[in-house]
Write a protein that binds this ligand. Structure first.
Ligand SMILES: *[C@@H]1O[C@H](CO)[C@@H](O)[C@H](O)[C@H]1NC(C)=O
Ligand SMILES: *[C@@H]1O[C@H](CO)[C@@H](O)[C@H](O)[C@H]1NC(C)=O
Ligand SMILES: *[C@@H]1O[C@H](CO)[C@@H](O)[C@H](O)[C@H]1NC(C)=O
Ligand SMILES: *[C@@H]1O[C@H](CO)[C@@H](O)[C@H](O)[C@H]1NC(C)=O
Ligand SMILES: *[C@@H]1O[C@H](CO)[C@@H](O)[C@H](O)[C@H]1NC(C)=O
Length: 822
């Protein structure tokens, strides 16, 4: 008995709960701000929006950037429904609370950035459902320990992991459990105090490792060694950041990397003294280190490293230094004693190091050198002459020379300086101060790649060697290009002032042309027909005039893979004019036929309009529309003037209401009948005509005939109207003629007939058929007449004389009507 009640109760409760949940859900949504920064590719940029909660964005979003907001928590419902989301960034918020199931619905998430927040502990439940996650950034949060619980257990696809921050003090053994293989591991542990050996080990393959271990290197060398031991593999590039190396002690951890035969080491943001450099060289003595890079290095010493001259560094192949600060630059000695170091590398880069000269003697030590990059330094034409030993350089193997970003002014100087480098293939003299090109230059015959971008050139001359395959002249002031370069494959002309694409006959081998950000208005098929091999074109960011021709070529020529493909994306081709198309991507412009074929359009549309007009006219004519119109007009006008007349008459009250017995409506062709028979018979009745049985002479009747009784000078319709108004009856003399031949009169009469007989009533017309006429002989549009013929009896004009007397009698009777009876 209680069971059904209980069930019902449960159901009600459930419904109530559901309703409550819904209410809550929509309440939550309602309280949330929304962000509409999503673009066509469903990439939503809600960065720096001042949001304090996760805003509402479309469920279809593929990437969601919420960085640099004020979001403090992610609730369990904030991200529900975002199943397609691939990348989510919450970088730079004040996030301290994430609900354990906040990310549960993000099944497609590949990239999650939670860096620079306030997370004090990592919760393994966050990542439980993120089976697709490949990149996870947890840097710079105030958690102090990783590894107390296996956080990354379910992330089978994880390839890039970044964790740690200033607060990180402890890494426990199980920190990376579940992670098997990584392309990149970043650990920021500048303040690390405890490390359980093996915590970062067992990840293999391991692509690249970045470690910030400032504190351990400074004060806890064995801890630093333990960390290095776990991540050092010969093929794993090791990047060490924020180290401050002073003295023998602080460099001892590198014994681990040397022992484990690490081959690629990079130091970022390193500060070091002469002693430490020597100690490092000692530690790596004989080690198989092939590439050594320093990106951001502060040298506190004087460059006295010759104490390590007995060490062996024959495996060093590449030596890279960028962003060098030498604190005591005036005491810094030359590198002349460093032959033990300089004779081996094939690649040397000293970038942004305030180098103003590399003495000829020093460059003479670089006997194996194939690649020299001295970009962004303080070289001038004069010091370059010294660096390259006045064109007699010993750098016989040099293939690549990069002096980009130096204060060089004379193109002819650099050309004769390199003329004897018989293996030089790449010369980068970009971002220099070359403002003109000499008429002729000497280059090594091997030169293939020349980069003079970012200079101040205004013209090109035959100085350019014909052996070039790749030429970069971007960001100059060029307006035209006139040199023939038969071997050229790639030409970069972006950021100049070209108004037209240069003629293709100059470059028979050209495959790639970039001419972005110039002043091109358009390009056309003929521009590209002269290019025989062109495949890739980059011509975006120009001021395109979206003419019909250009738009059509753009849409057909570039899409149908006519050989040339736009490698810089169609979005960068934007109309600049006409004004109404400004800012619109060329690929999306649809120009109508009206705009593109104006003359044709106008003539065709005029023709069509004319044709339609004629068609309508013919149709109307066929349907007698003009007749109807005219009738309606006449009717309206007649009605109006009839009203006026009546008013006048009422005012005057003089004129007799009825002046005629009958108004006769007839065709002109039947006039003879009317004049010979009707008028004499009715107006001047003769005795003989009368029936002898009836002695009384019939009273003469007065007829109204348009020929005789109409006032001249008045409008015919008015005449008819007034005649009919003043007549007691209307006689219609119907005949073939009446119906067919004499339209005009008939129409007028008929209109009148229509008016008065139609709504006035009471005055039936008398129809006389002069000849047999059936209802079907009358055109359909005279429907009133047809109706009348079927409803009213009509008098037929008898052909034999004998019966005419009867006819007249009937007519007279009909005309007299009630008068007789009175
Ligand atoms: C975040 O909130 C604080 C105060 O709560 C405010 O000072 C700050 O400007 C906000 N930041 C942003 C990016 O809106
Ligand atoms: C460079 O490292 C030092 C510690 O050696 C640190 O204080 C500084 O913030 C670092 N600089 C950058 C730009 O990371
Ligand atoms: C540096 O320390 C190592 C071991 O701690 C020692 O073998 C070496 O001789 C020291 N080198 C110098 C130059 O003091
Ligand atoms: C030369 O250096 C500049 C700036 O460092 C760089 O962009 C360019 O790619 C280098 N050129 C070559 C040929 O390596
Ligand atoms: C030419 O040099 C500029 C600036 O150094 C660089 O950005 C560009 O990539 C170089 N061009 C080529 C084709 O390498």
């Amino acid at each position: 008995m209680g069971q059904p009640t209980f069930l019902l109760f449960t159901l009600l409760l459930l419904l109530l709960l559901l309703a409550l949940c819904r209410g809550q859900r929509s309440n939550l949504d309602a309280g949330r701000p929304s962000c509409d920064g999503c673009d066509l590719h469903l990439s939503c940029n809600c960065s720096c929006g001042g949001f304090s909660r996760v805003p509402v964005v479309t469920d279809r979003a593929l990437t969601l950037d919420l960085s640099f907001n004020n979001i403090t928590m992610v609730t369990d419902v904030d991200l529900t429904g975002h199943r397609p989301l691939r990348a989510l960034s919450l970088h730079g918020n004040r996030l301290s609370v994430i609900h354990p199931s906040a990310f549960d619905s993000l099944w497609s998430l590949e990239d999650l950035d939670l860096s620079n927040n306030q997370l004090t502990a990592l919760n393994h439940e966050w990542f439980n459902k993120l089976g697709a996650l490949q990149r996870l950034n947890l840097l710079n949060n105030p958690y102090r320990c990783v590894g107390s619980a296996p956080v990354f257990q379910g992330l089978v696809r994880l390839r890039r992991l970044a964790l740690g921050g200033p607060a990180l003090e402890e890494i426990k053994a199980g920190a990376l459990s579940g992670v098997t293989q990584l392309d990149e591991l970043t650990v920021q542990a500048n303040n690390l105090q405890r490390y359980e050996a093996g915590a970062l080990a067992y990840v293999w393959p391991l692509g690249r490792v970045s470690l910030s271990l400032h504190g351990p290197f400074f004060s806890n060398v064995s801890l630093a060694s333990a960390v290095l031991r776990d991540v050092s593999y010969p093929e794993t590039p090791l990047i060490l950041e924020d180290l401050h190396l002073i003295g023998n002690q602080s460099v001892q951890p590198f014994r681990e990397t040397a022992r484990r035969r690490v081959r690629h080491m990079t130091f970022r943001n390193l500060s070091t003294s002469d002693e430490a450099v020597v100690d490092i060289l000692v530690v790596f003595d004989g080690a198989p280190l092939t590439s050594l890079s320093f990106d951001g290095i502060t040298l506190t010493g004087e460059g006295r490293w010759e104490k390590a001259s007995q060490t062996d560094h024959r495996s060093i192949d590449e030596f890279f230094v960028r962003n060098i600060v030498v604190l005591d630059v005036f005491k810094f000695v030359s590198f002349l004693q460093l032959q033990f170091l300089l004779q081996y590398p094939r690649k040397v880069s000293v970038i942004n190091g305030k180098v103003f000269v590399m003495p000829c003697a020093t460059s003479g030590l670089l006997v194996n050198l194939q690649y020299l990059d001295l970009s962004d330094n303080l070289l001038t034409d004069m010091t370059l002459v010294e660096t390259l030993c006045e064109g007699q350089s010993k750098l016989k193997d040099l293939r690549v020379l990069n002096v980009s970003g130096n204060a060089l002014k004379s193109l002819s100087t650099v050309s004769w300086l390199v003329a004897n480098l018989y293996k030089l293939t790449h010369l980068d003299i970009s971002r220099t101060a070359y403002s003109s090109m000499p008429q002729s230059c000497t280059w090594p015959s091997t030169l293939r790649h020349l980069n003079i971008s970012g200079a101040k050139l205004t013209t090109t001359t035959p100085c350019l060697p014909p052996t070039l395959e790749v030429l970069d002249l971007s960001n100059n002031d060029l307006k035209s290009f006139t040199e023939a370069l038969p071997a050229l494959r790639e030409l970069h002309l972006s950021g100049n002032k070209f108004m037209r694409v240069p003629p293709g006959r100059l470059f028979p081998s050209l495959q790639t042309l970039s001419i972005q950000s110039n002043t091109l208005n358009m390009f056309s098929r003929s521009d590209f027909q002269s290019y025989e091999r062109l495949q890739n074109l980059q011509a975006g960011q120009n001021k395109f005039v979206c003419s019909c021709e250009f738009v059509a070529f753009f849409r057909s020529g570039t899409k149908e893979g006519g050989g040339v493909s736009l490698t810089d994306g169609e979005e960068s081709y934007v109309c600049d004019s006409p004004l109404y198309l400004q800012g619109k991507p060329v690929g999306q412009v649809r120009l109508s036929v009206a705009v593109c074929h104006r003359v044709l359009f106008v003539s065709v549309s005029c023709g069509v309009a004319l044709f339609a007009g004629i068609l309508v006219f013919v149709l109307l004519w066929r349907l007698h529309a003009f007749w109807y119109l005219r009738m309606t007009w006449a009717w309206l006008k007649a009605k109006h003037s009839s009203r006026r007349r009546r008013r006048l008459r009422e005012e005057a009250a003089s004129e007799a209401l009825l002046s005629f017995d009958a108004f006769v409506s007839y065709s002109e062709r039947d006039a003879s009948w009317v004049e010979t028979f009707l008028v004499p018979e009715l107006e001047e009745p003769s005795e003989t005509d009368e029936d002898s049985a009836n002695p009384r002479t019939p009273r003469p009747l007065t007829l109204c005939l348009h020929k005789r009784d109409f006032l001249p000078g008045q409008w015919i319709v008015d005449n008819i109207m007034s005649a009919m108004e003043r007549s007691r009856r209307t006689i219609f003399v119907l005949s073939e003629n009446f119906v067919q031949s004499d339209w005009c009169r008939y129409e007028l009469d008929f209109s009148h007939f229509w008016l008065f007989n139609g709504d006035g009533g009471g005055e039936p017309a008398i129809l006389i058929l002069l000849e047999p006429l059936s209802q079907d002989d009358i055109p359909r549009r005279f429907c009133k007449l047809r109706k009348l013929m079927s409803s009213t009896t009509y008098l037929e004009w008898p052909q034999d004389e004998e019966r005419r007397g009867e006819f007249w009698r009937s007519l007279r009777n009909a005309l007299r009507g009630e008068e007789e009876e009175d």
